[in-house]
Design a binder for this molecule. Structure first.
Ligand code: ZN
Length: 293
């Protein structure tokens, strides 16, 4: 069985082929410029590959409501040319196979709970901390959409006592993304994050914001596992700091077996940065099943 996977990002589009076990057989990367340039290249890649279905995990915000006239659209993105763009419609018109559609972070979450170290966990949250911050949510085995989809990266933060940085989110200033994304670290300290490895306060502050967000997520969503991915989370030294500060934030209020072993509760992504594209394979598989094929 050949399944198509498209991880639609703001800087690149990753197109891949895989099978139902999640194994990726080939993968290419196409720069995200404007739809008129990028979309024909994606269609060209998939059109002769005999895919049974396609799973698409996209940057957003996107419309995930199947009853909506703009289902499958990228909606209010500031990225030039992609606002109010009918991404899924354009792909369907050209490729004519069943398609699954979700957010990029829900895709990564789906990859981890299907093929990764969190396999089988029914209630989980995936957070990516990179050029932006986003989060996907699974509750009772279902990816959460609600009115649109969760936007965990934009929860407001209480600033760290030693932090004078106002935050860089154009909408909220000091939300999680505004304070903790990779570019926020660079803006705060005047140098890129990778040049700041020896400065303990940089990472203490980074862990402070992420842990504050995780404590909020835990009391609101009650996940059984939290997975952290994205470029900033490649710095593994952050994990013990984040676990410690998350527990400090919760202050003993919740007593569960999951929280009793923080090393297994807050974990790094486990699929070598293929969690997103593997999640797309699962979206493709689910779309096929839904189409009754
Ligand atoms: Zn924000």
């Amino acid at each position: 069985m050949i399944l198509g996977a498209l991880e639609a990002g703001g800087t690149k589009m990753v197109c891949a082929l895989g099978d139902e076990t999640g194994r990726i057989s080939e993968q290419v990367s196409i720069p995200t410029t404007i739809p008129a340039e990028t979309i024909p290249q994606i269609i060209d890649y998939f059109k002769d590959k005999k895919i049974e279905s396609l799973g698409v995990a996209s940057f957003g915000p996107i419309d995930l409501d199947k009853a909506s006239p703009t289902y499958g659209y990228i909606t209010s993105t500031p990225k030039k040319g992609w606002g109010d763009y009918n991404l899924l419609g354009e792909l369907k018109a050209a490729l004519n196979v069943p398609m699954g559609f979700d957010t990029d972070v829900n895709g990564s979450l789906l990859g981890e709970v299907t093929y990764g170290s969190s396999k089988g966990i029914s209630d989980a949250v995936y957070i990516t901390v990179g050029t932006g911050v986003g989060g996907g949510v699974m509750s009772g085995g279902n990816l959460v959409h609600g009115m649109l989809h969760p936007e965990l990266g934009h929860m407001k933060m209480v600033p760290h006592s030693k932090d004078t940085f106002p935050g860089r989110c154009p909408f909220h200033k000091n939300c999680l993304e505004g304070m903790a994304c990779g570019p926020a670290i660079g803006d705060r300290w005047g140098r890129p994050a990778k040049e700041l490895y020896d400065n303990e306060l940089v990472w203490e502050m980074e862990a402070y914001y992420i842990a504050q967000a995780l404590a909020n997520i835990i009391v609101i969503l009650s996940p059984k596992r939290i997975i952290l991915g994205g470029g900033v989370m490649h710095r593994m030294e952050l994990f013990p700091l984040i676990r410690e500060k998350t527990a400090e934030n919760l202050n003993g209020y919740l007593k569960t077996k999951e929280l009793a072993s923080m090393d297994e509760y807050i974990v790094p992504a486990s699929l070598n940065d293929d969690q997103g594209i593997m999640g797309c394979i699962k979206l493709a598989l689910d779309a096929l099943e839904e189409a009754g094929r």
